[in-house]
Write a protein that binds this ligand. Sequence first.
Ligand code: NAD
Ligand code: TYD
Length: 357
Amino acid sequence: MNILVTGGAGFIGTNFIRHALAIRPDWRIVNLDALTYAGNPANFEDLAPDQAERYRFIHGDIGDASLIERIFSEEDIQGIIHFAAESHVDRSILGPEKFLKTNIIGTFRLLHASLNFWKTMGRPEEFRFLHISTDEVYGSLGSEGYFTENTPYDPSSPYSASKAASDHFVNAYFRTYDLPTLITNCSNNYGPFQFPEKLIPLMILNILEKKSLPVYGDGKNVRDWLYVIDHCDALIRVFEQGKPGETYNIGGGAERQNIEIVYLLCDLMDKRLGRSGSKSSRNLIHFVTDRPGHDFRYAIDSAKIKQELEWSPHHRFEDALGNTVDWYLNHMDWVNSVRSGAYRKWIEINYQERENS
Ligand code: NAD
Ligand code: TYD
């Protein structure tokens, strides 16, 4: 089975490829990634030899249709798992255009190249295009209720609007051209290899370095946290057993307010760093200006994937968060390699204004 993964040098893609190579010995994976600030090809340097033989990296853009066509024919691709995206809400607020280019136009070009290939390939009934999307397309919940696959789309940020548009194109390619597509909409992931611009790794590193912990607004916004390996297991199930044309929601069943997450991280880190009392990292917490259009709550109803594909998350939130903390503390070389000058510039731009207001 030859599979094209896009965006595999980013957070979820890296975990997915490493996990899939380990548990699916008959899969060969081609990873196409443009290596934006969020992509790191070194994430695969330590693969075991039998896995490295089944892995190929190609540096390129999902919007480059002729490259995609070449990969399809050279590699005899039987399925696509599409992670590549611009993924950070705050970056989409400060610079939305890249989000339209990659998430909408890029996805459209990938779909169209897939369609052309699919029409001429042998065994077209085996082909699958799995599009990875987000619960943010559904907008914001109040304090009650859950997102189901039938919740109307109501995106708030340029990021979620671009993902919503890409989901509509994927569904259009199924309905109009019969391309066998699948969509998953998942909640907030956490785990190893997450770029330290997102809440959990940013807080872990700021605690370590005794920097201010910037909590947006009153810290009461709620996210439904999904351990990345549980997510990867769900994706393999949808890819192998999901019904083309369908959407599957994937949630971690671990709703927490942001401030609860930050408290927990302070406590987990303090235990490891021997800080307590007046030295507690909780003293670093700083409430800063809220994100514009900040969705209040996300929470997923995962009943469909649980019933139809017998998936459920296996990791307990507090344990997996502790493992995540340990992973960062044990991989400071990785952290330092991804925190480039451009990263430091981003932190300055995003937080300076918030801190000052
Ligand atoms: P990420 O930002 O860590 O990684 C994105 C990867 O895509 C990077 O390796 C980047 O180099 C690559 N990329 C960007 N533009 C590209 C292009 N034009 N061509 C080829 N590669 C390109 O993102 P992530 O957190 O791993 O998210 C993966 C997918 O999952 C995204 O589609 C995202 O919308 C979705 N998602 C993520 C979360 C989350 O909590 N991280 C939650 C829901 C959905
Ligand atoms: P984030 O990790 O950016 O994911 P998303 O916006 O896709 O949910 O943010 C998670 C939550 O944490 C979100 O409600 C915004 C909040 N947040 C902060 O309070 N401070 C921060 O520095 C960051 C990055 C996020």
